[in-house]
Design a protein around this ligand. Structure first.
Ligand code: FE
Length: 280
């Protein structure tokens, strides 16, 4: 179809919007429909392809899979880059880099003071000790900062989501299917998730990567960043093992976090989105 004919249809659709429409939602929907109409035209998308795509999204939504597809298509990373740019415009630079939250955070984890052992002792994987401090942008240690951390077991599975095996298997299948069509893998390098927050400071959403992972710079979710790959040292002296209360050598990461003071001229760093939660 020619552009005049396409725009005529689009204009009719946009003009059907009521007077009390939410202007922001209307602008987003109009733009999305317009871009998709032109995508259909430019790529000559056939009806079978359109309905297959709609079904794919419906299935992915039913399976709770969209939160995994978004990072795999780079959306989470793109939103991070836009937030970085907005902060740079507001004069906020340096500090610990942010990187994507992912869909597997669960609110309500037990609170510990100063230090915590994260695992329940049933996993035979390598012991990893991580230590560090949270600083403000002047280099002063921040008291009462909250470090929320989440990590997969040595099988790569996250608790809470792990017991629901059927749903998890289904989501994994759908991602693999899309990525297969794109000739891509669905693997993330080993990483640990963090939310770091402290009163009066911008919340930091980030991850560190475990150096040496073969997928370190080939992350399915594009989340690996310079500055977030701390060195890992191997500790095998008996005194250190005894001090930690473990019976075998372990890996040690030292990594500090730096938070920026809150400011009115940058977008909110606390991003509202639907998250799993367990309440006591
Ligand atoms: Fe993860």
């Amino acid at each position: 179809m020619d552009k005049i004919a396409i725009d005529a249809v689009l204009n009719r659709i946009e003009e059907s919007t009521g007077q009390d429409a939410n202007p922001r939602i209307a602008a987003i929907v109009h733009r999305m429909v317009r871009d998709l109409f032109y995508m259909i035209e430019d790529l000559d998308i056939q009806p079978e392809e359109f309905w297959a795509g709609l079904n794919y999204l419906a299935e992915a939504g039913r399976a709770g899979e969209l939160g995994l597809i978004a990072p795999g298509l780079g959306f989470d990373h793109f939103l991070d880059l836009r937030m970085d740019e907005a902060e740079a415009r507001a004069g906020i630079t340096g500090g610990t880099p942010r990187t994507i939250e992912g869909p597997l955070y669960v609110a309500g984890a037990p609170v510990a003071q100063g230090e915590a052992r994260l695992d329940d002792g049933t996993d035979d994987g390598e012991i990893l000790v991580m230590e560090g401090q949270v600083f403000d942008s002047d280099g002063k240690p921040l008291p009462d900062a909250r470090v929320e951390v989440w990590h997969a077991n040595s099988m790569g599975n996250y608790s809470y989501f792990d017991p629901t095996q059927s749903a998890f298997n289904l989501r994994r299948t759908i991602v693999t299917e899309l990525l297969k069509q794109l000739d891509r893998h669905g693997t993330r390098p080993a990483h640990i998730h963090f939310f770091i927050s402290a009163p009066g400071h911008r919340k930091l959403t980030t991850q560190i990567n475990i150096d040496g992972d073969p997928y370190l710079w080939d992350d399915f979710a594009f989340a690996t960043c310079e500055g977030l790959v701390p060195p890992v040292t191997r500790v095998d002296d008996p005194a250190s093992m005894q001090a930690l209360g473990v019976d075998r050598p372990f890996s040690l990461i030292r990594f500090n976090f730096t938070l920026h003071a809150e400011t009115a001229n940058a977008p909110r760093a606390e991003v509202a989105r639907q998250r799993a939660a367990v309440t006591a």
